[in-house]
Design a binder for this molecule. Sequence first.
Ligand code: ADP
Length: 357
Amino acid sequence: MSDHQSPFQHPEDQEKPDTNPHQQEVVQLLKEVIEPTLKNDIVSLGMVRNLRIVDDYVYLRLYIGSHQHQLQTEIQSKLSFLTWCKKTYIQICTIPGVKTTLAVSSGKGGVGKSTTAVNIAAALRLQGAKVGLLDADVYGPNLPQMLGLGQADIQVIPTPTGDKFLPLEVQGIKLMSVGLLVEENRPLAWRGPVLHKIITQFLQDVEWGELDYLLIDLPPGTGDAQITIIQESPVCGVILVTTPQQVAIADVRRNIYMFRQVGIPVLGIIENMSYLICGDCGARTPIFGSGGGEQLAAELQVPLLGQIPIDPDICNGGDSGNPIAITAGVAKPGHRTSPASEVFVQIATALNATFST
Ligand code: ADP
């Protein structure tokens, strides 16, 4: 399959030829199916995964948003040209009601991944999108706190497809977190099958309603939990958060390879804690070194979506449940925006320009 690219760019096709001629033929036909909003083919967008040809049958998984079901018909019609193929089986992977699912990831903990997820969600919300946040960081679920929620009771409601969790709504954002399902101050030490079960239940059993965007806050790193989440959800792309240090960059590099291996486009990198702005003179000091994010973006051909300064207001906003993208996101008289909130607004604008239908 292809080297999956960010939909923010349309570089030259870097497809490596598959050795099986039938496989090649199928991939060629699938590449003729174009997703109309992203204006790219469904293979390059990572929407087709687990393609297998067994005897004269084609099996594939199609990862789509709630508005993209017509792609299934288009695939069936394209593959009907195959003279040898008796039948195509398409397994749809989608989250009911959710148009675009995005993941926020990082190579290691503490680099500002959750902060970024919350603030992008808030910036998207301020631009009028219906937004949900899924806190899937099973090792450190802290989105509820970052949005000002304590321990809250999660309601379970009956639906035609079984009982579902009802997300909470805070600051106009729908939120579901593993942190809301466990006792406070109890370490989460789920492993193997239990972890897998909890994650898949989490992805399938939440009644989101209609959402333009669902942002999934992934656990840091490249372990089982991450792989399960991205394989079981129709993630259209991943935003990677890093700090400028070389050690954080090396972890991100590993992360990008993992996403490419499973066929998920990396939308871009956000470099957090890039510099400190002097309160007196406005000079920018790169406390953790400079150029790391730019270097990585160039090396791996991934866009650098933004550089976020170190700002005590970000930290205070996270602790008090008032994300800076909301408190400083709208320019009003007597109300200042900040360089950090402007980065989140820019990223939200770019996402809307790319994904909104
Ligand atoms: P992660 O999700 O990667 O573990 P968090 O988003 O929880 O990281 O951030 C870790 C801590 O760093 C939090 O206290 C957060 O408020 C703080 N933080 C994150 N980004 C910044 C920043 N740009 N400036 C100041 N503090 C930040």
